[in-house]
Design a protein around this ligand. Structure first.
Ligand code: ZN
Ligand code: ZN
Ligand code: ZN
Length: 347
């Protein structure tokens, strides 16, 4: 804050607040805002009914009752601040109410300050991400024996993946994409009532939260023996994943990780079918900095954790994606997910 000449930081819903305090604000119309000032302890302005959920910490608590005006508390707490950074996910309605009481202040996104801290994981954070990754690896290892794909809907399978994610130790299953046959060509397909059939490739992308840290993994399964073309496309994605993972080391830029995967797919003539970036940072949020995308010249540093998830999406036909979480280690890649990446045939 001093270096950037920021007088106060306001943190609300989203991951920045728990990153510093261990407390995650309820996403509600009632504002919860931590006011971090240049001098004095931070002040957590919180609805009275949420205050019992707050453990101790290096901050003071100002609990507001239903008839109080929380925005006046916040405006008073920032005092004469001229430049204020605000958590990116703060609700617009809450921010607009604060802004109306503080004319003449310059506003900026808190991520410009905080992403630089959050992007470099402490060893304990990497170990939580590794534990989460190993748990979804265990789910994947159970799939060939326990999950019958053929005859089930995408939605049925998504529920099974979510149940197994919790069984393997996650606190919650956050999401599950199951995309069969032509639906696999839509990277963020919403699982529906399409029934999985022999001959389908099925893209399964799922994850959960493990002590506030996230898992996120994708494997593509073949229902019955795959066609030559399906096998070939899967092999290209597999090679792209390997090239990107092998490129991970301190000093390599984020865009170079994207290029490493993309070159393999372009060389196979399918560059136009790889319609998203190669990866995203992961930590308290499933998607956070750093992003593995053309134009991001940020050099990797030890402690950065991110996904490598190349895919090929052939509209009307099928899709393939392979996703793993990795950490940048001191001398190269530290693979947090280790599940088999080959094209696994299921029933
Ligand atoms: Zn995604
Ligand atoms: Zn994913
Ligand atoms: Zn992902």
């Amino acid at each position: 804050m001093v270096a950037e000449d920021v007088d106060a930081v306001l943190l609300s819903i989203g991951a920045d607040l728990p990153y510093f305090t261990g407390y995650e604000a309820m996403d509600s119309e009632r504002p919860t805002i931590l006011v971090v000032r240049g001098a004095g302890p931070p002040l957590l302005v919180i609805p009275l009914l949420e205050a019992p959920r707050v453990g101790g910490g290096d901050f003071e608590v100002a609990a507001w009752a239903e008839t109080d005006d929380p925005y006046r508390l916040i405006a008073a707490a920032v005092g004469g601040a001229r430049r204020i950074a605000v958590g990116d996910q703060t609700r617009a309605a809450n921010l607009l109410a604060v802004q109306s009481l503080l004319p003449g202040v310059t506003w900026e996104r808190a991520s410009e300050l905080i992403a630089r801290l959050r992007v470099l994981k402490e060893p304990e954070e990497v170990e939580l991400l590794r534990a989460a990754a190993h748990a979804v690896d265990r789910v994947l290892a159970r799939v060939p024996d326990e999950v019958e794909f053929s005859g089930q809907t995408e939605m049925d399978l998504a529920r099974e993946f979510q149940a197994m994610t919790v069984e393997e130790g996650h606190d919650v299953a956050s999401f599950a994409i199951v995309a069969g046959g032509p639906n696999g060509a839509s990277p963020h397909h919403e699982p529906g009532d399409r029934v999985i059939q022999p001959g389908d490739l099925v893209v399964c992308d799922f994850g959960g939260r493990w002590q506030m840290y996230s898992s996120d993994v994708t494997r593509t399964f073949a229902v019955g023996p795959p066609s030559g073309r399906q096998e070939e496309v899967h092999g290209i994605v597999h090679a792209a994943s390997q090239a990107a993972r092998e490129a991970v080391r301190p000093g390599t830029t984020c865009e170079d990780i994207d290029r490493a995967a993309r070159h393999v797919i372009e060389d196979a003539g399918l560059g136009e079918a790889f319609i998203h970036r190669t990866g995203h940072g992961i930590g308290l949020e499933v998607h956070e900095h750093p992003y593995m995308v053309e134009g991001n010249e940020t050099p990797l540093e030890p402690g950065m954790t991110f996904s490598i998830e190349p895919g090929i999406y052939l509209r009307g036909s099928f899709g393939v994606r392979i996703e793993d979480i990795v950490a940048c280690g001191a001398d190269g890649v530290d693979e947090l997910n280790q599940a088999d990446r080959s094209l696994i045939v299921v029933g």
